[in-house]
Design a protein around this ligand. Structure first.
Ligand SMILES: Nc1ncnc2c1ncn2[C@@H]1O[C@H](COP(=O)(O)OP(=O)(O)OP(=O)(O)O)[C@@H](O)[C@H]1O
Ligand SMILES: [Mg+2]
Length: 690
């Protein structure tokens, strides 16, 4: 039957009791802002001493000192006596106090005290239950939000999306004024505000803080969460970033992957704030999920890059494979064509030596000879294409090669209204064949010119070079129509062309590919967004390998009449060679068969053996190996003839044999030179037999 009742709640930090609810004859104004310090007034004393306190006259009781402002307000309400009991929750902690007031002056009996205490206890239990419930509900709300966050992270496409989402979820869950995700930059050793909410414009993505300077740094360095309830009171310095935003309190939680610390998530407030376990739990979980998601995105990007590289490598391998197959075909063709061509060429030379030849016939022979030379040239370039001609490498200044190729093509550029732009970085010399590199550039230039000319009758060609340490690269860009996506995978294929018949063979790029590949480099094509195509040639900067340079042999005149054996299965060619050698004043035996050659070599001595590498029965290689064992002196007299300039195997064999090689198509001068060379070269003597 009290006139009024007020429930107070303890603010432990401020050491005051605040009115939380009221009943009976009290004005709502009173309940709204009534405060009593702990230890003063009946409620303050009850909370401090954790026992019931009463006074019959709260205006004048020395045992219960009431602050003057409280007395004044009680007087306004007309309340005179009061009984207060503490509200204790299960942990024994004081939650607040419950006070009943009377208008009259009255003393309280033990029964009154007991009754209110009992009620207070019940109220405490109910309050505690309600608080637990609220807490659980809050936690459940947080967990649901975190779970949603995790689901979104699974689909986050990139780092930026993850960081943005993490900042907004943190803001929503912790109700913080400023939220930041700071990541550590190992090179500069600072934490950078990579994402956040609530900061002034120009802070996010820009602001940096040394890790040693503030509480977030402490969290990062010591890998533990740090809470600062009031920056003004604690030992942490207040960095300019926080001062500029009027931050008073904050919590920082580190995040990382395995042993690797990555950064810190911070939530800051403009007022002092005591952090609950729940807030710290939420932030820790959020930071952890963010770190995992960032790592996922990083690994994914790494995987993509690896995959792209693998795909490119695969494409290069396939291309190289096609070229190898074609190379084998071309090498065979070259062999077949070189022999008849040799026959024709040598025949012409012999015919032209006849003084009695009528003028018109001689002129016709000149034409035939020229055409033969052209055919040889075509075969040679096919062999270059088939990569049967290894690069003749030397230290090369690529910038010089680019300039030379540009100069060569200059008239073509002028004619087609092409403006050339260069951006050439200084690059180190590389070990390469300058002619072959020039060939590659000329192919790229002429393709670009053709593309630009046919698209708009003019254009800009840009050539860039750059040095990437282990490699150098040259990019050739045009502003033509670009390469249709469907063609991108085929342009390096031999004979792929979009040019009209007679305009292009489709060999330019595959030839270039072969050359670049034989230099251990790469060539790739791409379209430039909105403008033309870009071809990039990347070449390794390799040291000059240790190889002995072969000095060119001088032409030595024949000194004596020698005995020569010619072994070649091509009848026409063998007969011609024989004729030529006889013409040089030597004595010649000839045979189309390897077996027969072996028989002759076993029983006769020769000064020179002209030996075709490929023979139908026993080939030149086998004959040479037998000679090495049985007649080493004769082995030292062998000159090999070969038409397929040359398969890798033949090449290896010839290098190993170390004998002179006469490559077809032949000419009289070359036959002469080879025979003389063999005659004058020092040889292994075989005692009685030589
Ligand atoms: N800069 C470019 N812009 C657009 N398409 C290009 C470019 N360079 C090459 N191509 C395409 O690639 C194809 C193949 O080029 P490649 O140099 O191998 O042969 P080609 O130029 O057609 O003939 P060739 O070089 O033997 O005269 C071309 O026909 C063209 O379709
Ligand atoms: Mg071309």
């Amino acid at each position: 039957r009290a006139d009024a009742a007020i429930l107070f709640r303890l603010d432990g930090e401020a050491r005051i009791l605040r009115a939380a609810a009221g009943a009976g004859q009290v004005s709502p104004d009173l309940v709204a802002d009534l405060e009593v310090p702990v230890g003063r007034g009946a409620s303050g004393l009850a909370a401090a001493k954790e026992r019931s306190v009463w006074t019959a006259n709260l205006y004048d009781d020395p045992r219960v000192p009431v602050p003057d402002d409280v007395k004044q307000r009680m007087r306004q309400e007309g309340l005179r006596s009061v009984l207060a009991v503490p509200l204790l929750i299960q942990s024994g902690e004081v939650f607040g106090a419950l006070a009943v007031f009377y208008r009259s002056e009255r003393a309280f009996a033990d029964a009154d005290v007991e009754l209110l205490s009992a009620f207070g206890t019940q109220a405490s239990v109910a309050i505690e239950n309600a608080r637990s419930f609220d807490h659980l509900a809050l936690k459940a709300g947080h967990d649901a939000a975190l779970q949603d966050f995790c689901l979104r992270l699974l689909e986050a496409p990139d780092e930026a999306a993850i960081l943005r989402d993490a900042a907004s979820v943190t803001t929503a869950l912790l109700g913080a004024d400023c939220v930041g995700i700071l990541r550590h930059d190992a090179t500069a050793d600072y934490l950078r505000l990579d994402a956040g909410l609530g900061w002034k414009p120009g802070s996010v993505g820009v602001a940096t803080v040394p890790p040693t300077e503030w509480f977030a740094g402490e969290a990062f360095l010591h890998r533990r969460s740090v809470e600062v309830a009031d920056l003004g009171r604690e030992q942490f310095a207040n960095p300019p970033l926080l001062a500029a935003h009027g931050i008073r309190s904050g919590i920082a939680v580190p995040f990382g992957i395995r042993e690797q610390p990555l950064g810190v998530v911070v939530a800051c407030y403009r007022a002092p704030h005591r952090f609950s376990d729940e807030e710290s739990r939420v932030l820790t979980s959020l930071a952890h999920q963010t770190a995992l998601a960032l790592e996922k995105v990083r690994l994914y990007a790494e995987l993509q890059a690896g995959l792209a590289e693998l795909k490119e490598m695969q494409a290069q391998l396939i291309q190289a494979d096609k070229l190898t197959a074609l190379g084998t075909l071309l090498s065979g063709m070259a062999h077949e064509l070189n022999s008849p061509l040799s026959t024709i060429e040598v025949s012409i030379e012999l015919m032209k030596r006849q003084a009695s030849l009528p003028g018109p016939v001689r002129a016709r022979l000149d034409v035939v000879e020229k055409e033969c030379e052209r055919a040889s040239q075509i075969i040679r370039s096919l062999l270059v294409f088939a990569r049967r001609t290894p690069p003749e490498r030397r230290p090369v200044d690529v910038t010089d090669v680019i300039r030379a190729a540009l100069t060569l093509q200059a008239p073509e550029f002028d004619l087609n209204h092409i403006r050339v732009v260069t951006s050439l970085d200084p690059i180190p010399r590389i070990w390469a064949d300058p002619h072959q590199l020039q060939q590659v550039l000329l192919n790229l230039f002429s393709n670009a010119v053709h593309a630009m000319k046919s698209a708009h009758g003019r254009g800009v060609l840009t050539v860039r070079s750059s040095d990437a340490g282990a490699t150098v690269s040259v990019a050739v860009e045009d502003d033509g129509p670009g390469i249709p996506a469907a063609h991108l995978g085929r342009i390096f294929d031999p004979f792929f062309t979009t040019k009209a018949a007679g305009e292009g063979t489709g060999l330019g790029l595959s030839l270039s590919f072969g050359i670049v590949e034989s230099h251990g480099g790469r060539i790739s094509a791409e379209n430039i967004a909105g403008a033309g195509a870009r071809f990039t040639v990347t070449l390794p900067v390799v040291e000059r390998p240790e190889v002995a340079e072969a000095a060119p042999s001088p032409v030595v005149p024949a000194t004596r009449c020698a005995r020569v054996l010619v072994v070649d299965d091509e009848d026409q060619l063998r007969k011609l060679v024989t004729e030529v050698v006889i013409g040089l004043g030597h004595q010649v035996e000839e045979t189309p068969s390897g077996q027969d050659a072996v028989a002759r070599l076993a029983s006769h001595d020769y000064d020179v053996v002209l030996l075709d590498v490929r023979l139908p029965d026993l080939d030149g290689k086998a004959i040479w190996r037998r000679l090495l064992v049985d007649r080493p002196a004769l082995a030292a007299r062998v000159v090999f003839m070969t038409g397929d300039t040359m398969s890798a195997e033949t090449q290896a064999f010839l290098t190993e044999a170390g004998r002179p090689v006469l490559t077809k198509p032949l000419t009289i001068e070359r036959i002469q030179r080879a025979v003389n060379e063999a005659l004058t070269a020092p040889s292994v003597h075989e005692g009685a037999r030589t």
